[in-house]
Write a protein that binds this ligand. Structure first.
Ligand SMILES: Nc1ncnc2c1ncn2[C@@H]1O[C@H](COP(=O)(O)OP(=O)(O)OP(=O)(O)O)[C@@H](O)[C@H]1O
Ligand SMILES: [Mg+2]
Length: 408
C-alpha cells in the first residue's frame, strides 16, 4: 500500500526538503500482517475543491492554515469527511494560544505564574462596540491589577508568538507605556519568573519529546545549546511530561513548550504553536532528531491506521487534578500515563524498534551525505548576509557533524 503525505507550506524550504529526502528513503515498511507500505510526499497546492472530493493524501503536515483560510477549510473538510490525519488539526486552533493552555494547565495544578487578562486598550473595530462598552465595560485600575500580579511582570499578547508585543515591566511607568502601545491587542499580565536557573524549551512530535537548553537572550542561531544533562532526571522527566500533557490535552501533535526552572520548580510559560520552529538554522544539532521524529511519526500513523481524535477528554485529566490523595508528583505521573496513552508511546517505541530499525542508519547516511550538505549551504545563503556565509556554513557543518559523530 502506498501512502501519500502532503505538506501544506508557507515560505519554508529547509525542513520540507529534509523531510522529503528522508521519507522517500524510509520504505517499504511492513505492518503487523506483513503487508508492505511505501511512502510518497507532495507539497499541497491551493485550488478550488469540491466538498465531496476525496483527498489523495493519508496524512498532512500543516504549516499554513493558521493564517491562510482557504487551505484551513480544505483541512477541516478532509478531516471531517475523509478521516485525513493532520499535524495539527485546525479544529484545535481555537485553543492554539497561550491563554487556553494556561487555563487548562493551571486547573491541572501546574506552576503557571499568576496571570491576568486585561481588556483591549483600543476598541476592536465593530459597529456595536461603542454601545456595548458604554453599557458593560467596567473601568479598572491598571496599577492595581499589576500590583495584584506583582512586579516584575511580563505583558504579552494572550495568543502571541515571536516575541511580538512582549515586554518586561518593572514599574508603573513601563506598565502604562506598554499598555498604551498594545492598541487592539489583547494582553496578559504575567508574574515574571525572575532569576530562573534554566530555560528549557521542548519540542514534541507525536510520541517523542526533545528538551533543549534555551537562551532567549542569544541571537537566533545560538539560542539552543548542545547540552545533555542540564536537568536532574526528575525535573527532566517533569518537563517532558508537561510538554506531552499539554499536547495530549489539546490534541496537538507537533508543538513546542517553554518552561522556566527555578529552585527545582518547573513553570510552564509558553506553548501552543500551530507552527513550531524547526528551521535548521535554529535547531542545528537537534534538526536531524526533529526530522527523524517527524518521518517516524508519519510512518507510524499511516501504517498502523491511527485514527485522528478531535474530541477532548478533558474530564479524565480533571479527575486526576481533583484527587486530594495524590501529591503533585503523583499527579504528574498520572498525567504522563494519560498522555502516553493518547500518543501510544509504548506501541510507537516498539514499532520504531521493530519496523523502522533500518531507519537510523538510512537517516544518518543522508545527514552525512551531499544532498543534506547542499541543503545546509543553500539555507545559510538564504538566511544570512553574504559576508557571514562562510562563517555560518562552517558553524552549522560543525554542529551537524557532531550529531553524526554522536550517533556513530
Ligand atoms: N512569566 C515569565 N517569566 C519570565 N520570563 C518570561 C515570562 N513570560 C515571558 N518571558 C520571557 O519572554 C519571552 C517571550 O515570551 P513568550 O514566550 O510568552 O512569547 P512569544 O511571543 O510566544 O515568544 P516566542 O514565539 O519566541 O516563543 C520568553 O521567551 C521569556 O524569555
Ligand atoms: Mg515563547
Amino acid at each position: 500500500m502506498n501512502h501519500l503525505i502532503g505538506l501544506l507550506l508557507g515560505t519554508e524550504n529547509d525542513w520540507p526538503t529534509a523531510f522529503e529526502g528522508l521519507l522517500r528513503r524510509v520504505g517499504p515498511v511492513a505492518d503487523a500482517n506483513g503487508e508492505e507500505h511505501t511512502f510518497d510526499v507532495e507539497r499541497v497546492t491551493i485550488e478550488p475543491f469540491d466538498l465531496r472530493s476525496k483527498p489523495r493524501y493519508d496524512l498532512v503536515i500543516d504549516r499554513l492554515a493558521y493564517w491562510y483560510y482557504h487551505p484551513r477549510e480544505w483541512l477541516k473538510k478532509a478531516a471531517l469527511m475523509d478521516d485525513l490525519y493532520l499535524l495539527n488539526s485546525p479544529f484545535t486552533f481555537q485553543s492554539m494560544e497561550k491563554h487556553a493552555a494556561y487555563c487548562a494547565m493551571m486547573r491541572l495544578g501546574l506552576h503557571v505564574p499568576n496571570t491576568v487578562l486585561v481588556p483591549y486598550k483600543n476598541p476592536p473595530d465593530h459597529a456595536k462596540y461603542a454601545y456595548t462598552a458604554e453599557r458593560y465595560n467596567r473601568s479598572f485600575d491598571l496599577d492595581a491589577v499589576a500590583e495584584h500580579v506583582g512586579y516584575p511582570l511580563f505583558m504579552k499578547p494572550y495568543d502571541g508568538g515571536a516575541w511580538v508585543g512582549v515586554s518586561r515591566i518593572k514599574d508603573s511607568r513601563d506598565l502604562h507605556r506598554a499598555y498604551d502601545e498594545s492598541g487592539q491587542r489583547l494582553m496578559h499580565l504575567q508574574k515574571a519568573v525572575d532569576g530562573y536557573d534554566v530555560f528549557a524549551r521542548s519540542l514534541s512530535i507525536g510520541a517523542e519529546t526533545m528538551v533543549m537548553n534555551f537562551d532567549p537572550d542569544q541571537p537566533m542561531h545560538a539560542r539552543y545549546s548542545v547540552s545533555h544533562d542540564f536537568l536532574t532526571p526528575e525535573v527532566g522527566d517533569e518537563t517532558v511530561t508537561i510538554g506531552r500533557l499539554v499536547n495530549a490535552f489539546f490534541r496537538w501533535e507537533f508543538n513546542s513548550c517553554e518552561t522556566l526552572i527555578k529552585d527545582g520548580v518547573v513553570h510552564p510559560i509558553d506553548y501552543a504553536n500551530a507552527c513550531p520552529d524547526v528551521a535548521i538554522t535554529s535547531l542545528h544539532y537537534y534538526f536531524p532528531w526533529a526530522m527523524k521524529a517527524l518521518v517516524k511519526w508519519t510512518v507510524f500513523c499511516t501504517v498502523t491506521g491511527r485514527k485522528p481524535r478531535y474530541d477532548l477528554d478533558t474530564r479524565r485529566y480533571f479527575d486526576v487534578a481533583e484527587r486530594e490523595d495524590l501529591s503533585y508528583a503523583e499527579k504528574i505521573a498520572a498525567y504522563r500515563a494519560l498522555a502516553d496513552d493518547y500518543f501510544e508511546t509504548e506501541r510507537y517505541a516498539d514499532f520504531c524498534a521493530g519496523r523502522l530499525s533500518h531507519f537510523d542508519e538510512v537517516a544518518l547516511e543522508w545527514f552525512e551525505g551531499p544532498e543534506f550538505d547542499r541543503l545546509l549551504v543553500d539555507t545559510v545563503r538564504e538566511t544570512f548576509p553574504a559576508h557571514e556565509h562562510d562563517h555560518f556554513i562552517a558553524h552549522y557543518r560543525g554542529l551537524l557533524a557532531a550529531w553524526c559523530k554522536d550517533q556513530r
